[in-house]
Every structure is written in structure tokens, then in C-alpha cells.
Design a protein around this ligand. Sequence first.
Ligand code: COA
Length: 277
Amino acid sequence: MQERTEHDTVSYTVENRIAWVSFNRPEKRNCMSPSLNRRMKEVLDELEFREDVGVLVLTGEGTAFSAGMDLKEYFRENEEKGLGHVRKAQREAYGWWERLRWYEKPTIAMINGWCFGGAYGPLFGCDLAVAAEDAQFGLSEINWGILPGGGASKIIVELTGFRNAMYHAMMGENIDGRKAAEWGLVNEAVPADKLRERVTEVATVLLGKNPVALRGTKWAIRRVSEMTFDNSMDYLVRTQEAANFYDAEGRKEATRQFIDDKTYKPGLGAYDLNKAR
Ligand code: COA
């Protein structure tokens, strides 16, 4: 096969306000090369502020979500060129995962197949994650003689707890989507042929929520996980005050629809964004 261009390492479409972004090196199981990392950053930057995008879904073409870092183009070739190249490649990879962790819009990882090592970076970068029941997750680093870097050790212990993390990282055994859901690595696992449908359902619910409140919520959940209780309380007050500034009418309208119009109940669903006056 002809060498894939950098531009072609990522594909995306926007349908009904959902951006479906795919790792697009299926012939290499979507492992992350420096070219792919550069292109993904560009795509994320482009979609982040587009008016016609409300939710971003990250997935992979073919049989893999992503087989982690490219052992040839990311590791071997950069190590041969020297430390500067290694650091540059790290910055390109870690840069877009960070961009994803602090994305303005809600994000969902749709794990359709293999998900290894470095791919835990974007997995954790996404706010929510839905896997195919037969997807395979692994910290395969130990199998080829390195430790789980690129945040993977931190991510596995954060999401799954000490014992699961230790076993997963030391044994180099894969778990399937069902086990990943049980451990908390993803929100849920569904049969592969229902994966896109379920992700569309989740994305559609998110599209019906107040976007300023959603942005505030997802950032708050990430921030408070590293704060003391009192710092969290303070952060949440400040963040809500800032949200009130940018979305002065949203909450008033929602309160009006519940208290005055009685057209919905917040305990049972979201207010009608389209009715905002
Ligand atoms: N880095 C570089 N190349 C990779 C790769 C990776 N992480 N993962 C897959 N590839 C390449 C293979 O070398 C092969 O290339 P080739 O066609 O030029 O020979 C191609 O992708 C297809 O891979 P293959 O192993 O034949 O596919 P498979 O479906 O039989 O197996 C995996 C899939 C994911 C189990 C297997 O490719 C694998 O173990 N990959 C490495 C996973 C890993 O440890 N990642 C690193 C984490 S940091």
C-alpha cells in the first residue's frame, strides 16, 4: 500500500452536530505515529469552536481503536535521531491528549477494538467512554520491556484502583469491554453492532443540555478530583458565577419552565433549550 499522507491519518465527519473523528491507519491498527499526532491536534483544534459541532466522538477505523504508540515511527526512529526528537514527539502526542482533557465540548471515546498503552491517553482524555463488549484493552508495555508511560500508569490507577491497576500493568494480560466497564475504565460495554447506536443516543442527550453548564460541569469534575474539599467548594462557586456571566438567561429560563410553565421537571430531564426567550 502507498504511504498514507499525514492529512489522511485522521478522518472525520460532522452529522447532526456530532463530530465523528477516527484514527485512520487501520492497516497499522491505528497506532499513533508523529504524523497522526500532529494531524489529530489540527482536527481537534478545528472542530473545537465550530458552531455546528456540539459533541465529539473519538473512534478508530477498522479493527482497532488504537494499538497505542507506533513502535517504529514514534519510538525507534526518534530514539535513533536523539533526545530532541524524542521530546518533540512526546510533546506532539501529549499535547493533543491534554487538549482533549480540557476540550470545550463534551467528548465520548467509542472503543471499537484494540486499545493499548498510549491509547489510554485519549481514552482518559474523553469525558465518557463506551466500548464494544469484545473490544480488547491492554497495558502491553510490560510485554515489550517498558513501563506504562505517557500517563498510562496514572490513568489505570485513577480509573480502576490499586489492585486492578497493578495486575493489569504487571501481567500484560488484556481485558475485554465488559471487564473494562466493570473496572470503571469505560462507562459501559454494548454488543459491537449496537456501539454506534448507543454512542449516538448518549451524544443526543448531551446535545439537549445547556452547553455552558456542560462545559462547566466537565471541567469541574476533572479539577475537583485533585483538590481538597474546601478548595473544591470555592472553585465551584467561582465557576458557577463565571457561567452565570456567560449564560445569564439559561438558568432563569430553566427555572421558569419548571416553576411557572410546568412543562418539564429537572429531576426527569433537561429544559427546552429552543424555548429560551
Ligand atoms: N506500532 C507499530 N506498528 C504496529 C503497532 C504498533 N503499536 N501495532 C500494529 N502495528 C503494525 C504491525 O506491525 C503490522 O504492520 P505490517 O503490516 O507492516 O506488518 C500492522 O500494524 C498490522 O498489525 P498486526 O500485528 O498484523 O495485526 P493483528 O490484528 O494481528 O494484531 C495487535 C493486532 C494490536 C494485537 C498487534 O498489532 C499488536 O500487538 N500491536 C502492538 C500493541 C502494543 O503493544 N502497542 C504499544 C503500546 S505503547
